[in-house]
Each structure stands twice: as structure tokens, then as C-alpha cells.
Design a protein around this ligand. Structure first.
Ligand code: URA
Length: 436
């Protein structure tokens, strides 16, 4: 077999067999096929696409390229949740304890963030002492004992995807649905989930800006999961404004704690209940969404979801007193109010602009080497649909050490992110579709 023939076949709209896909991915992993040939193949896929069978085979090849976690020592159906990423998305902080309180084991491997705000791991590290590193045995033992653990990706998971993703990033081949779908799902399959709930964000702050593209990506991922014997569902949720009000690591943990107590923002609570319900149904703990929702609400109302979060924090070395008194979490020294120039109604809040503004303040990483300031970020005061008078505070910047230039740039971005309409704005849907 020769790589050049397979590139040509895909370029001309052909279908690659399992053996041909394995030849390309294994050859690339071993360094036997050079970057330029895989780049050409990725560009051919970008234009020609792949069918469901090819996408499934690519996923499996990448999943098998490194370690595969065997979660079978943990009893029960292990349901993983994955978000395609959005601004203010702190659903894992809420869902891991909430779903575990309802009896579904959560063995979660999360990531750090590049750009915008930090990832789930960075957010959790706002709690003093919280450790995201532990060995496999300890990970299993914690999930067995308290029902949940959230750790960093350990070992050598999907090295072929890592290499291919880095190449796609610099060859304009990221935005291909089969390549994104196989990249995401290969990591979920290698991480050992029995069932998978995907939160596919759509809108200005999402990877997929249109509903049609978001549904197509969701369907491709659900098809892969189903093809590989993992029960998979996808929720298409709104990212035309940030989720909740807090953007920035400690600010997001505070909001997550409020949500676990039942006092969080309505949109965050609702998205968590929808995703959590799917997790409970796939995990065999509820017969349908209505039953799942009432189980989840009961764990919020009786305090057991918050108690589960404290158990996770304690087991991972974090300071539980900070969960009990969130005002003791890292806090910024300066607060700058961003005020509305005109009156009207908030029409949209460009989530990406808000994310970049938070990053400028130090809440996210500009490069892999950047050090995050866990205390800083942006607290929104108004959301889509809210009435606004000229001079009202739209959002508050939480600032520590960012230079004056960066603070001014962040302020301008937040102001720009808020689109104000003269007409009242009808309520926006939070969830657009469920793809099964
Ligand atoms: N996230 C991934 O993990 N892979 C992609 O290809 C795109 C986003």
C-alpha cells in the first residue's frame, strides 16, 4: 500500500477501507508517513468528507493508538459527558457531584483550556490544594468509594489524534465534521466510557456557529458512538451568550457551588438538568427524562449534591471550607464596571468576545506556557432579554495584575460584545435539539 494512492483515492471522492485507514494512521503514528502526505489526505477529507463507516474506523484507529482505560473494575454503567466548549461552561463542576449523588459513577478525565478561560481542571484548582493527579488505582478507588473523581488525562491517550490535531491546526483542516467527530470520540472511547452524553454548543461562542452544522456534527458523533457499541446522545445547547454569569476560574466555581445549592443562574441549572437527565437515563437510574429530572432536583434540594461535591474536594486534597464559604476562594483586588452607552434590551452577548476579554485579564492561556490567575474574570450583570438603561452596569471586570492596556482592551471587548436593541427581545431557546 502507498500513501499517495490513498490520498488520490480520497481526493477523487473514493471510500477508504478499514485497512487503508489503519495504514495511514499507524504509519503516521510511527513516523513512517510524513506530515505532508497526511496534510494532503486531511485536505482531501475536508473537501470529500467520509461516510459513517470510514469515520467510525478512523475513530477506532486513533482510540487504539495509545492507552485504553478499562473502567470495568468500577461497578455500574459509566457515563461520560463531553462539551464541545463554550464560554462560562462550568457544567462538569455541577454534573460530576450531582449525577454521582444520583448513583451514576463519574470517572471523569478532563482537560485544561487554551484561550478563553481555563478548562475544568483549572477551575477546580481554584480550590486550595485540589489535586487533579492520581494513579489509576486511586482513581478507581475514589470512584468506587464516593462515586466520582475528576482528574487530568493521564498516560498516553490517543497519541495519533494529538499528532493529527496539531497538524490540522496549521493546515486549515480543523473544520471538517468527520475529522472533528472522530477526534472527540476517539478520546471518549479510549477513556473507557460505556455511554456518552455530548453537549454540542451552537452560536457565536461555539466551534459550530450555525444550528445545521452543530446538528451535523452531533449526528456524526452519535453515529460513531452507536457504531462502536456506546450508547450516545447529543444535546444541542445555546452559546450565543455565555452560560451563567461568571467567566473566570474561581468565579465559575462559585457559580457551580450556588447551582449545587439550587441558587444558581436559571440557564446553567437548566442545561445541567437536561444533560444530567440524559446521563441518568443512559446510566440506568431513571426510566425517562421526567423521572431523571425529579431525582436530580431532589439531590439539589436535600443538599446531597453539594455534600457529594465536598466529598470529591476532600478526597482530592482540596479545602472543603472554601466550598462552605465561597467568599474565601481566590478573589480579585480591583473591580471595573462596564456601563451601557445606550438604553434598550440586551439582544445578544458575543460569547467569544467575552472569552477573549477574560483571557486578556489573565483568566485563560494565550500560549501553553501562560500562567492563569484563578481570581480574575468577568461577572456579567445583564443577560439576553434584560432591559437596560444608559449608564447601567453590563458587566464587572475582576482584575489583578493585567497591564492597563489589556484592561482597557478587555473593557472595550465587553462593551462591544453586548448588542443592545431598541425592541424587547423574546426569550431565546437554551436547547435546540436532542440528537439520538
Ligand atoms: N476538539 C477536538 O478534540 N478535536 C477536534 O478536532 C476539534 C475540537
Amino acid at each position: 500500500m502507498r500513501a499517495v494512492d490513498l490520498i488520490q483515492k480520497k481526493r477523487d471522492g473514493g471510500e477508504l477501507s478499514r485497512e487503508e485507514i489503519a495504514f495511514l494512521i499507524q504509519g503516521y503514528s510511527k513516523g513512517e508517513i510524513p506530515d505532508y502526505q497526511i496534510s494532503a489526505w486531511a485536505m482531501a477529507v475536508y473537501f470529500r468528507g467520509m461516510n459513517a463507516r470510514e469515520t467510525g474506523d478512523l475513530t477506532l484507529e486513533m482510540a487504539m493508538s495509545g492507552d485504553q482505560v478499562d473502567l470495568s473494575p468500577i461497578a455500574g454503567i459509566k457515563v461520560d459527558k463531553h462539551s464541545t466548549g463554550g464560554v462560562g461552561d462550568k457544567t462538569t463542576v455541577v454534573l460530576a457531584p450531582l449525577v454521582a449523588a444520583a448513583g451514576v459513577p463519574v470517572a471523569k478525565m478532563s482537560g485544561r483550556g487554551l484561550g478563553h478561560t481555563g478548562g475544568t481542571l483549572d477551575k477546580l484548582e481554584s480550590i486550595s490544594g485540589f489535586s487533579i493527579e492520581m494513579g489509576r488505582e486511586q482513581f478507581f478507588a475514589q470512584v468506587g468509594e464516593i462515586g466520582a473523581a475528576v482528574i487530568g488525562q493521564s498516560g498516553n491517550i490517543t497519541p495519533a489524534d494529538k499528532k493529527l490535531y496539531a497538524l490540522r491546526d496549521v493546515t486549515a483542516t480543523v473544520e471538517s465534521i468527520p475529522l472533528i467527530a472522530s477526534s472527540v470520540m476517539s478520546k471518549k472511547i479510549a477513556a473507557g466510557a460505556d455511554a456518552i452524553v455530548l453537549d454540542v454548543k451552537t452560536g457565536s461562542g461555539a466551534f459550530m456557529k450555525t444550528l445545521d452544522d452543530s446538528i451535523a456534527l452531533a449526528q456524526a458523533m452519535v453515529d460513531i458512538g452507536t457504531h462502536l457499541g456506546r450508547n450516545t446522545v447529543a444535546v444541542i445547547s445555546d452559546m450565543d451568550q455565555p452560560l451563567g454569569y461568571g467567566i473566570g476560574n474561581a468565579l465559575e466555581i462559585k457559580e457551580g457551588i450556588e447551582t449545587l445549592k439550587g441558587h444558581g443562574p436559571k440557564d446553567l441549572q437548566e442545561v445541567c438538568l437536561i444533560l444530567g437527565s440524559q446521563m441518568l437515563v443512559l446510566g440506568g437510574k431513571a426510566k425517562d427524562e421526567a423521572e431523571a429530572r425529579s431525582i436530580l432536583m431532589s439531590h439539589i434540594e436535600d443538599g446531597s449534591a453539594l455534600e457529594k461535591f465536598k466529598q470529591i474536594v476532600s478526597a482530592q486534597g482540596g479545602k472543603v471550607s472554601q466550598v462552605e464559604a465561597p467568599e474565601t476562594l481566590p478573589a480579585a483586588r480591583r473591580f471595573i464596571e462596564v456601563k451601557a452607552a445606550t438604553a434598550g434590551y440586551v439582544e445578544s452577548i458575543q460569547a467569544e468576545e467575552i472569552g477573549v476579554a477574560a483571557m486578556l485579564l489573565g483568566a485563560g492561556r494565550e500560549t501553553k506556557e501562560s500562567v492563569i490567575d484563578l481570581a480574575v474574570g468577568i461577572q456579567l450583570s445583564l443577560k439576553v432579554g434584560d432591559a437596560v438603561a444608559a449608564g447601567d452596569t453590563l458587566a464587572v471586570l475582576h482584575v489583578n495584575d493585567a497591564s492597563e492596556n489589556k484592561v482597557q482592551e478587555a473593557e472595550a471587548k465587553v462593551l462591544e460584545a453586548y448588542r443592545i436593541s431598541a425592541q424587547p427581545v423574546p426569550p431565546q431557546p437554551l436547547v435546540f435539539a436532542l440528537v439520538t
